[in-house]
Design a protein around this ligand. Structure first.
Ligand SMILES: CC(C)(COP(=O)(O)OP(=O)(O)OC[C@H]1O[C@@H](n2cnc3c(N)ncnc32)[C@H](O)[C@@H]1OP(=O)(O)O)[C@@H](O)C(=O)NCCC(=O)NCCS
Length: 256
């Protein structure tokens, strides 16, 4: 599977509220919630890079957001990054795309037998509360509705996995899988701080790989920030390999 196919599947799996196509570039806006859904996905090199950058700056100025470009080693030619750098944009948030093939039938155990697995088409309240307890702090309460009503609702088949200890009430770990054509995007992996290093995250990923294979996926991938040793370690142990990196480019604020 090519890196560019993984990047394009990731965009489908995280649906922005508004997407405007400018040549092959995608201008995405979702009320400022998450960088991915509020950045330009730089696919290829436009004939007129300078005017594409200016159009993006107009788009985000009209929406009162800073202009952020998502540049990928698999999608974005170096010349585009160089032009952005010449306009004062700086790279940030290096992120690995890691991937692995899926077996035709599921030979992926979910690890320890002491987990209860719930697989649903929609995020249950328990799923969301567990996810938000880990991820919500950096977004604020208003963002919760944007997640529930938009970002977690792709137009592709999706499943939400909740992992709970056999004798426990509160879930330990949650995650989402979205299957875009035959590519499974694993996202929203979160283990409650109190439940970490017990294999719950591993069980959640293994369960989602099994679900993805049932839904016809041939490949699975995840996006993991390059400094997230925990998540990279977990996925590496499950056979994921590095494909390529992407980054965001934005202008530094004067105080930064
Ligand atoms: C990443 C995360 C989901 C791991 O969940 P978990 O349930 O603790 O993971 P597991 O117990 O299944 O860990 C499996 C393996 O991953 C690696 N790992 C997990 N946490 C680690 C850590 N803090 N440091 C280094 N390696 C780690 C280890 O190899 C571990 O095996 P070991 O415990 O036998 O050494 C959890 O730390 C988390 O929710 N972090 C915050 C949110 C996040 O980063 N999500 C991922 C976004 S891509």
């Amino acid at each position: 599977m090519t890196g560019s196919a993984l990047d394009l599947a990731m965009a489908e799996a995280w649906p922005a509220a508004e997407t405007e196509q400018h040549g092959k570039w995608l201008f995405r806006f979702t009320e400022g919630v998450t960088r991915r859904a509020n950045s330009v996905l730089c696919v290829g090199q436009p004939a007129e890079v300078q005017s594409a950058i200016a159009a993006a700056e107009d788009f985000y100025a009209q929406r009162d957001l800073p202009t952020v470009f998502m540049v990928s080693d698999a999608l974005t030619p170096p010349a585009v990054r160089e032009t952005l750098a010449a306009h004062g944009y700086r790279e940030d948030a290096a992120t690995w795309i890691v991937h692995r093939d899926l077996p035709a039938t599921s030979t992926l155990g979910v690890g320890q037998v002491h987990w209860r697995m719930e697989v649903t088409d929609e995020p249950s309240d328990q799923w969301f509360d567990t996810f938000w307890a880990v991820e919500g702090d950096r977004h604020g309460s208003a963002a919760a509705a944007v997640y529930r009503n938009r970002l977690l609702q792709p137009s592709w088949p999706t499943r939400f996995v909740t992992v709970t200890g056999a004798d426990e009430h509160a879930p330990s770990s949650v995650g989402q899988v979205v299957v875009v054509d035959n590519i499974a995007c694993l996202q929203c992996l979160a283990t409650a701080p109190i439940g970490r290093r017990r294999g719950a995250g591993t069980a959640s990923v293994a369960q989602r790989l099994a679900v993805a294979a049932e839904l016809g996926a041939k490949t699975a991938f995840a996006a993991v920030m390059a400094d997230n040793a925990a998540s990279l370690g977990l996925l590496e142990r499950l056979g994921f390999q590095q494909s390529h990196q992407y980054r965001y480019m934005r202008r530094q604020s004067p105080s930064a």
